[in-house]
Design a protein around this ligand. Structure first.
Ligand code: FAD
Length: 466
């Protein structure tokens, strides 16, 4: 009997998974997940993402078990590993859902080539984005740089409804090739075990993602336009890691939200779908600029005097602490600026930070502390459970002013007035910085006003050079 192989990547779910549906349509199937830290250009996962992946794979394995589909785990360059496993199983076809990063697309193209050489049918599907990044371009045929026309163009395209789960069909019966033990990948921290806060905050997996989605459409969605800016309350969906790992698909989220439009109000629904649109916009940027995490989208920023530890800058540009001291204080949540410290501590403890606070904290690092946005992006990459190769760098470039449709550099968030406006009762700050207001809370590492002025002067000098 013919068998198929389904290759799981950022789509760790059973429902609305076109590759899985194709693999099980008329044959028994086996599944494979490859931990690829070797293919050229693939960015190794950050520590919080590795923790999530461990639990996500446990969840996927038990979901697949119920369908009679074994999950094999292998480590190594993905195209090579997949070719080996396909040969060991003697499959007639391999299926996967597409990814959109430059290095990932390279791996997938190599795999298509290898499959063709081996006489295996290989087919890929759209699953993690509502619209694939190449489907739209501006009137001039170039990628979009501005969000509003991008979103308008998207809204004119048709969308498929979410798909169901495969029916339990033919169970995989043959002998199974070697599979790594999940524990041997050492994705979960042991000594020290710093993941307690992550365990308290999250249950990785498909069922937990759908529960959260249901809770959100039943509750916070109605007040999303106001609630989304209040870090002290759960005013957003917290679905970002579930979307990142593909436990829920954007098709499912969109359908669930739209189904409640009449009760919850169309402006709340529109605002929420706008955020899913920003997600698509980030992937559009990565598709067209594979070096998004490394290069300024606006090259004029290449001349900006960002500070980096060890770059010889010595003291900060306003005579304060050195770049390495500043960066460490920011990472640890010890800048003496309460909203920034609260956000950084939330991130460290839970692997997630509220969007409003992400914007304020990133702006503070880049503009008040003068540190290169790439260092902040790198820290988020390591500590966020939702870190993805498109949204993280695109958002950092947006904050830094170097990105697409970016906040103009001269619009610098004031972390103190942001705190007054969005955490007026101080509940969020009190939760994460209990010593705020006590003698042992440090004074600000830089003067907020003076450092803002220094940033504006550096920007003016840069503009003068253009
Ligand atoms: P909700 O408000 O419930 O939004 C629903 C979904 O829309 C989110 O799950 C997410 O997929 C998407 N979304 C929401 N806001 C944005 C946005 N501004 N840009 C793009 N997509 C958005 N988001 C990530 O998923 N991964 C990242 O690595 C990431 N890094 C960021 C770095 C910085 C500096 C900033 C300012 C933002 C970053 N974001 C990132 C975007 C945003 O902060 C998170 O998506 C959001 O906080 C997730 O919470 P939520 O699921 O409750 O969002």
């Amino acid at each position: 009997m013919a068998t198929s192989l389904v290759w799981f990547r950022d789509d760790l779910r059973i429902r609305d998974n076109p590759a899985l549906l194709a693999a099980t349509a008329d044959s028994a199937a086996a599944a494979l997940y490859t931990l690829d830290e070797e293919s050229e250009g693939i960015r190794p996962l950050g520590a919080a993402a590795r923790w999530w992946l461990h639990h996500a794979l446990e969840d996927l394995r038990s979901e697949l078990d119920r369908l009679g589909i074994p999950l094999l785990l292998r480590r190594g360059p993905a195209a090579e590993v997949l070719t080996e496993v396909a040969a060991e199983l003697g499959v007639a076809a391999v299926y996967w859902n597409r990814r959109y990063g430059g290095a990932e697309r390279q791996v997938d193209a190599e795999m298509k080539q290898r499959a063709a050489e081996a006489g295996i049918h290989a087919e890929s599907f759209q699953a993690s984005l509502l619209h694939e990044p190449w489907r739209i371009s501006t009137g001039q045929g170039t990628p979009y740089k501005v969000f509003t026309p991008f979103r308008k163009a998207l809204s004119e395209l048709g969308l498929r409804p979410p798909l169901g789960a495969p029916e339990p069909g033919q169970r995989f019966g043959g002998p199974l090739p070697h599979s790594d033990e999940l524990d041997s990948w050492q994705l979960v921290p042991q000594r020290p075990d710093w993941a307690g806060g992550l365990r308290d905050a999250w249950t990785p997996g498909e069922a937990a993602g759908h529960e959260l989605l249901e809770d959100f459409v039943d509750g916070a969605l109605a007040d999303y336009e106001q609630g989304r800016d209040r870090p002290a309350v759960q005013g957003t969906s917290r679905l970002s890691p579930y979307l990142r790992w593909g436990h829920v698909s954007p098709f499912q989220v969109r359908a669930a939200v739209l189904a409640r439009e009449a009760e919850r109000g169309s402006s709340a629904v529109r605002a929420y779908l706008g955020e899913l649109g920003w997600r698509e916009f980030c992937w559009h940027q990565l598709y067209h600029h594979p070096l998004l995490a490394k290069q300024n989208l606006r090259p004029e920023f290449d001349a900006f005097p960002w500070q980096r530890p060890g770059s010889g800058g010595g003291d900060g540009n306003d005579g304060g602490a050195s770049p390495s001291v500043r960066l460490l204080a920011w990472q640890r949540g010890r800048t003496g600026v309460p909203l920034v410290d609260a956000g950084q501590r939330e991130l460290w403890a839970t692997g997630w930070m509220h969007n409003r606070v992400r914007m304020v904290s990133a702006s503070f690092l880049v503009k008040n502390l003068g540190i290169d946005w790439r260092l902040g992006e790198h820290w988020f990459w390591d500590t966020l459970v939702d870190a993805d190769p498109a949204t993280n760098p695109a958002s950092w470039q947006w904050v830094a002013g170097s990105g697409a449709d970016a906040a103009p550099f001269f619009r610098i968030f004031n972390p103190l007035s942001q705190q007054a406006k969005f955490d007026p009762e101080g509940r969020y700050v009190a939760r994460w910085v209990p010593e705020y207001g006590q003698p042992d809370y440090p004074g600000p590492i830089v003067d907020v006003k003076e450092s803002r002025q220094a940033a504006l002067e550096a920007y003016q000098a840069l503009r003068g050079d253009l």
